[in-house]
Design a protein around this ligand. Structure first.
Ligand SMILES: *[C@@H]1O[C@H](CO)[C@@H](O)[C@H](O)[C@H]1NC(C)=O
Ligand SMILES: *[C@@H]1O[C@H](CO)[C@@H](O)[C@H](O)[C@H]1NC(C)=O
Ligand SMILES: *[C@@H]1O[C@H](CO)[C@@H](O)[C@H](O)[C@H]1NC(C)=O
Ligand SMILES: *[C@@H]1O[C@H](CO)[C@@H](O)[C@H](O)[C@H]1NC(C)=O
Ligand SMILES: *[C@@H]1O[C@H](CO)[C@@H](O)[C@H](O)[C@H]1NC(C)=O
Ligand SMILES: *[C@@H]1O[C@H](CO)[C@@H](O)[C@H](O)[C@H]1NC(C)=O
Ligand SMILES: *[C@@H]1O[C@H](CO)[C@@H](O)[C@H](O)[C@H]1NC(C)=O
Ligand SMILES: *[C@@H]1O[C@H](CO)[C@@H](O)[C@H](O)[C@H]1NC(C)=O
Ligand SMILES: *[C@@H]1O[C@H](CO)[C@@H](O)[C@H](O)[C@H]1NC(C)=O
Length: 593
């Protein structure tokens, strides 16, 4: 991604924005680059962090460590991903696996998007921090146990893509190492993966559960819904009309299916949640292409049937809004972008006919461009082959979708609003050795966005909220409830940018603030896991010809996690590029939940 300021937009919208494809910009380089080297820095390489919680088993010594990948990503734009062979470690006993992604960079460089795929399945979507002349470094640790069915495979390929551009001005080369750490959590902690491996249908909340992914027993099989092109294994979605996917045939003994979706937004849609309607751009003769309103939704189809959707959490990359916010604490999700699960079990009746089906992804209302792909996680009955699981979609429900848009502009001032609601309920039975179980998935999504312009368009405010509730209930054929899982997610965001161009020179003072939050709660029966992760940022910068001449920023973050085992809270504050405080506690009373 490039971080840059478009002159036209600078006057009206005051955004710093990024391009993953630098050459797709119509702006010449010297008009879009954004240099931070003028700002003072400490002289030692600085660690960057994304605030998160320690994984429960990472205090154990890994049974094996597998350094697999080392590469220096220089001028990699337009090149295919870098691939290395993977095989699991020999003679190693493990129950859990952590992906350890280490990166460092020095010089001038924009934030870039990157991903890691194993055997074609994405296992990490990440973005880079913008470096400085003293150098920066960071690590991402991610529990990838849910990909165990791939991690046990021999002679497969690990691929890493990081689109970078290096020349005389953008000197930063990203050095990346990827290591897999294998833990045997069973032998030490008594935390038994097998507790629910043995009885997947009535699984409890995993003690190792994660709100950001499937937290039940790892799937038996994962089918990537990804691209095989030379431009990375993600689908590059350039139009709201395109659906990208793959034909799949699933095993006849599949009894559970969950689609996991990875997504990031770039180019003119990097700040989709702050894009005004096209009418505003046209009416004011603006040249910006950052329009098409602020509603976006990732859609999942099986053949022609819409079977799921999601409104993504608006991850801000490290060059976004005000790059000084993200030194050295990056935005929520910037190093470990969330993936989203859609339970397709009620649709097994459609998929289990032995024929191939087209699973595809698209982004409603999108403009270029989005990077999207998915993994179809499948659980198969270990009945004696050739056994078949029978399934039928019983009720597609009556999906409800409504979207209302209003706008009221006079010249460059005014406001626009969007309200979207989507409601669906689908149920289907699946007859396997676990019984004849009926799964019902009910889902409700509410999306609200309001954008206001003041002071002849020099001040812009964005307020957005996304609320999603999904209830998955499983009943036996005698009507007994086997399980009920409720997942609630809320992503509030409010952001203001004010721009005061100087009358004497071409500098501009930009005031920026952002308050955004990931809120999630998952309940299975009376057990629950919840997470509140909030960042409040405030800052200013003087910008001239796309250079930050001076500036200051503060970022405050509160992270609060609770599950049935305990709590974890962390409060972090950073100011002017320095970490001021970072305190954590495992006392539940400390928690704000
Ligand atoms: C495998 O590991 C076990 C325990 O560490 C050891 O006793 C055994 O000799 C190893 N087997 C091989 C083939 O290396
Ligand atoms: C990657 O590994 C190499 C070899 O162990 C090491 O020299 C280098 O510093 C590592 N780079 C990062 C970014 O961790
Ligand atoms: C993986 O490759 C090695 C070396 O070529 C070979 O000995 C082994 O049989 C292969 N394993 C599989 C599962 O193909
Ligand atoms: C936009 O351009 C048209 C045609 O050049 C002109 O008539 C109109 O006044 C312009 N509007 C604004 C707001 O500048
Ligand atoms: C349901 O599945 C069980 C276990 O596989 C099987 O024994 C039974 O025959 C199936 N019932 C029907 C009606 O197919
Ligand atoms: C508003 O901004 C436009 C474009 O910069 C400018 O042409 C116009 O004169 C401004 N109007 C006022 C009232 O300042
Ligand atoms: C499974 O149960 C549903 C109703 O609960 C029933 O309609 C269906 O026929 C059953 N399927 C099998 C294979 O028994
Ligand atoms: C630009 O003008 C402002 C006053 O409008 C002044 O404070 C600033 O120092 C000037 N910057 C440069 C780089 O000349
Ligand atoms: C950050 O830097 C700015 C400008 O140098 C200064 O005004 C502000 O007080 C600093 N903030 C903190 C918390 O140090």
């Amino acid at each position: 991604m490039r971080t840059s300021i478009d002159t036209t937009i600078l006057l009206f919208f005051f955004f710093i924005f990024n391009f993953t494809a630098p050459f797709s910009s119509s702006l010449p380089h010297h008009h879009s680059h954004f240099l931070k080297h003028t700002l003072p820095h400490t002289s030692n390489p600085q660690p960057y962090i994304e605030v998160t919680r320690p994984l429960p088993f990472t205090n154990l010594t890994p049974s094996c460590s597998h350094p697999l990948f080392t590469h220096n990503f220089g001028n990699t734009y337009g090149l295919p991903p870098v691939s290395v062979p993977y095989s699991p470690p020999f003679n190693c006993s493990w129950t859990h696996v952590v992906l350890w992604f280490k990166a460092s960079c020095k010089g001038e460089q924009y934030d870039r998007i990157a991903a890691v795929w194993l055997d074609g399945a994405e296992i990490l979507r990440t973005s880079t921090a913008e470096p400085n002349d003293d150098g920066i470094y960071w690590t991402v640790t991610k529990d990838v146990t849910k990909y165990s069915s791939i991690l046990v495979k021999e002679n497969i390929t690990l691929s890493v893509m990081l689109e970078n551009l290096v020349n005389d001005i953008f000197t930063g080369v990203y050095h990346v190492n990827v290591t897999f750490l294998y833990y045997d959590a069973k032998s030490v902690t008594g935390v038994q993966l097998d507790d629910y491996v043995d009885n997947p249908i009535s699984m409890g909340v995993s003690k190792l559960g994660s709100l950001l992914g499937s937290d039940d027993k790892p799937a038996d099989l994962i089918l990537p819904i990804s691209a095989n092109g030379d431009n990375g294994l993600w689908f590059r979605i350039e139009s709201e009309l395109g659906m990208y996917g793959q034909q799949v045939v699933i095993p006849k003994n599949t009894y559970k299916a969950v689609m996991e979706i990875y997504v990031s937004f770039h180019g003119n849609d990097e700040f989709w949640y702050s894009n005004p309607p096209d009418s505003y751009i046209k009416m004011n003769n603006l040249t910006t292409k950052r329009g098409h309103g602020a509603y976006r939704e990732v859609l999942l189809k099986i053949d022609e049937n819409l079977v799921g959707s999601l409104v993504p959490f608006p991850v801000v990359f490290t060059g976004g809004i005000n790059p000084l916010f993200w030194e050295p604490v990056v935005s929520i999700g910037a190093f470990d972008l969330p993936s989203y699960d859609i339970d397709l079990t009620p649709f097994l009746g459609l998929l289990l006919d032995g024929k191939s089906h087209f699973l595809s992804l698209g982004v409603a209302d999108s403009i270029p461009f989005w990077l999207v792909d998915g993994n179809l996680h499948l659980w198969v009955d270990n009945c004696a082959l050739p056994c078949e699981v029978k399934a039928k979609v019983v009720d597609y429900g009556t999906p409800k979708f409504s979207i209302e848009r209003s706008s009221n502009f006079r010249g460059l001032d005014g406001s626009c609003e969007i309200e979207m609601k989507r409601k669906s309920k689908v149920s289907g039975w699946v007859n396997s050795t676990s019984g004849n179980l009926t799964t019902t998935v009910s889902r409700e999504v509410k999306f609200k966005n309001k954008i206001q312009f003041y002071l002849n368009g020099t001040e812009k405010r964005v307020i957005q909220n996304v609320r999603e509730e999904t209830i998955v209930s499983v009943l036996s054929d005698t009507g007994i409830r086997i399980s009920r899982t409720t997942t609630k997610k809320t992503y509030p965001l409010s952001m203001t940018t004010k721009n005061s161009p100087s009358s004497e020179n071409d500098t501009s003072l930009m005031l920026t603030d952002l308050d955004h939050e990931w809120r999630g709660k998952k309940s299975i029966g009376d057990l629950s896991i919840s997470l509140i992760n909030r960042q409040k940022c405030n800052g200013w910068m003087v910008v001239q010809d796309h250079d930050v001449l001076s500036g200051g920023a503060t970022t405050q973050q509160a992270y609060s996690y609770r599950d049935e085992v305990g709590c974890y809270s962390r409060i972090v504050s950073a100011a002017n590029g320095t970490l001021m405080s970072d305190t954590s506690s495992s006392l539940c009373s400390f928690s704000a939940l």
